[in-house]
Design a protein around this ligand. Structure first.
Ligand SMILES: [Zn+2]
Length: 332
């Protein structure tokens, strides 16, 4: 189903009641009224983005005037967002090798899986233990860590992805509600690979992560970086804005502040410069430009060099958090 709401949407948001006329239909939307990072109420519209992946709908990004945090405004609530993930590619794209972009994606994914596993073991200072992978998707990372000897728990809200992980890897992936069932301090490592930007209950999730991590544990979070070279280059077209699936758009600064707010210290940051290639190719495709693969390759290379000079310009970044010794939340 395609809703072309480019201009109508922008004038039709009513109240904070979340009811928005859309393409002749009334749909629930979640209107953010206070910044989840600092509580500020002045949210300024800064970018207008199109959902190129699934619906064709238009969404606006708002920036908090107090702390600069960027968020997708009027996003679909949890019970409706499922259809924005529903394209024939959502599950299958993780297992198809058709096309040059997908081939490159699979090559890089294998490389990144190995790199992630090494990073986890280096940061955890051990080669085995209890790991929780939140938003495990189709289970590739969870499977790799289990094969490395780790005791792995995995949660994923998409039932199709859980089935895929079960069938391909024999993983018993649980729905996200299982997060409330684990004992406090159950895990030495918790990972969220490109998941946090999707979570409606952002602060609540941070609190849950703090509860589930043991006192010497390590929390590893990878998210796109909206201050990256490629984000600045492509502006509203940047594929990693990925509205409305991505609700929050983090920078190195806002990630550090979220961690501090919930009792964590940012211990390390790692660039993920290869993401720039995939994101650039996808963006070029969304822009309907000629030779998207070649253009994406060129821009990805420029982004890669840029991140080499300054890692804070990397397309995505991995953040490593440890618990503050006091364990209590701190002011931002
Ligand atoms: Zn704010």
């Amino acid at each position: 189903m395609l809703f072309c709401t480019k201009f109508r949407f922008s004038v039709s948001c009513r109240f904070a009641g979340h009811i928005i006329p859309l393409g002749g239909m009334f749909m629930d939307k979640f209107t953010i009224q206070t910044c989840p990072l600092c509580g500020g109420v002045e949210l300024e519209r800064t970018l207008t983005c199109i959902d190129h992946y699934a619906s064709g709908e238009v969404f606006h990004l708002c920036r908090c005037r107090d702390c600069g945090f960027l968020m997708t405004q009027d996003f679909p609530p949890e019970n409706e967002i499922g259809r924005y993930y529903e394209t024939p590619d959502y599950i299958s794209h993780s297992d198809t090798r058709k096309g040059m972009v997908n081939s490159l994606y699979h090559y890089v994914r294998t490389y990144m899986l190995k790199r992630k596993a090494r990073l986890v073991m280096r940061e955890a200072h051990c080669n085995e233990g209890c790991l929780l992978d939140v938003g495990t998707g189709t289970g590739y990372f969870a499977d790799m860590m289990r094969r490395q000897g780790w005791q792995v728990e995995a949660v994923e809200k998409n039932a199709g992805a859980r089935d895929f992980a079960k069938q391909h890897f024999g993983l018993d992936v649980k729905p996200e509600t299982a997060l409330g069932d684990y004992e406090a301090g159950s895990f030495g490592v918790i990972t969220l690979w490109h998941v946090m930007e999707h979570l409606e209950y952002l602060n609540e999730t941070w609190e849950t992560l703090n509860r589930l991590l043991n006192e010497r544990g390590v929390l590893i979070v990878a998210v796109p970086n909206c201050l990256s070279y490629d984000a600045r280059h492509y502006g509203a077209y940047w594929a990693a804005y990925d509205v409305p699936r991505h609700l929050w758009h983090f920078t190195p600064d806002t990630m550090q502040r979220f961690g501090a707010k919930h009792g964590f210290i940012l211990a390390e940051r790692y660039p993920m410069p290869f993401d720039a290639f995939y994101i650039s190719m996808l963006t070029e495709k969304y822009m309907h430009r000629s030779c998207p693969f070649l253009r994406g390759l060129i821009n990805g290379t420029l982004a890669w060099f840029s991140a080499l000079v300054k890692k804070e310009r990397s397309s995505s970044m991995i953040y490593v958090f440890r618990k503050k010794k006091s364990g209590g939340p701190a002011a931002v």
